[in-house]
Design a protein around this ligand. Structure first.
Ligand SMILES: C[S@@+](CC[C@H](N)C(=O)[O-])C[C@H]1O[C@@H](n2cnc3c(N)ncnc32)[C@H](O)[C@@H]1O
Length: 218
């Protein structure tokens, strides 16, 4: 058990998702070989679903790594949306840049180099979708910026919010992870209790939370 769902459930759900071929398969193989964390298969599928159904024109991503999820979202939009993605690790930035050039996404994906919090404070453009996948312990700090940068009907998708189940159950918490767990609980409290927002937490992958503004007090 992953701490989120039973393995049989995850295996079954994954068996329903078409395997990637081509660019995304090559990136998945690289990530596995080099132990680079990328979105889990069902989360990647969920991102595709959201991009295909919401048709965002502009996406902001926190955490580029090798560029896998940015390329996945760009492909899902039929290369019709512009993606800005933030990464602070120099090694990852170099690999992601190479991938973006190699697979011809230069006009669609732009990497901003630096720490998310610092880069976010310099941004002013609005985004239709924001994908948080960096700095698990800092989502609450990123969030006010994300809200400021989010279009009225935009959505924020935060990954890893249940963090191997630890966020939901004290008995699963490892001592050295307690700070991240507390901070993630704080993030989920914040986005769940704010009356202007509606948030849905889904036990998929490592847990995702989708947040948008309420149009009224419904
Ligand atoms: C889980 S990986 C991102 C995976 C990517 N979204 C994908 O699925 O292909 C998280 C990345 O965020 C970066 N990161 C972590 N904390 C960060 C921060 N505070 N600012 C910028 N990047 C950060 C890490 O270097 C790492 O490459």
């Amino acid at each position: 058990m992953s701490g989120i769902t039973h393995d049989y459930m995850t295996d079954y759900i994954r068996s329903l998702i078409k395997s990637e071929v081509g660019i995304l398969k090559e990136l998945e193989d690289f990530a596995e070989k080099e132990h680079v964390p990328i979105v889990q298969k069902e989360v990647g599928n969920f991102l595709k679903f959201m991009v295909m159904s919401k048709k965002p024109k502009k996406i902001l991503e926190l955490g580029t790594a090798i560029g896998y999820s940015a390329i996945l979202m760009s492909t899902a939009s039929n290369n019709k949306c512009d993606i800005t993605t933030i990464e602070r690790d120099k090694g990852m930035i170099d690999i992601a840049k190479n991938n973006i050039i190699k697979y011809n996404f230069q006009d669609k994906i732009n990497i901003l180099e630096g720490d998310c919090l610092e880069v976010l404070s310099t941004l002013n453009e609005k985004y239709d979708m924001i994908f948080m996948d960096a700095g698990k312990g800092h989502y609450s700090e990123f969030f006010p910026h994300c809200m400021r940068l989010l279009n009225d009907n935009g959505i924020i998708i935060a990954d890893n919010v249940l963090f191997r189940g630890m966020v939901a159950a004290d008995e699963l918490v490892q001592r050295r992870k307690i700070t991240i767990v507390k901070r993630m609980r704080n993030y989920l409290d914040m986005v769940s209790r704010d009356g202007d927002l509606i948030t849905s937490v889904i036990p998929m992958g490592d847990g995702i939370a989708i947040t948008t503004r309420r149009e009224n007090n419904a």
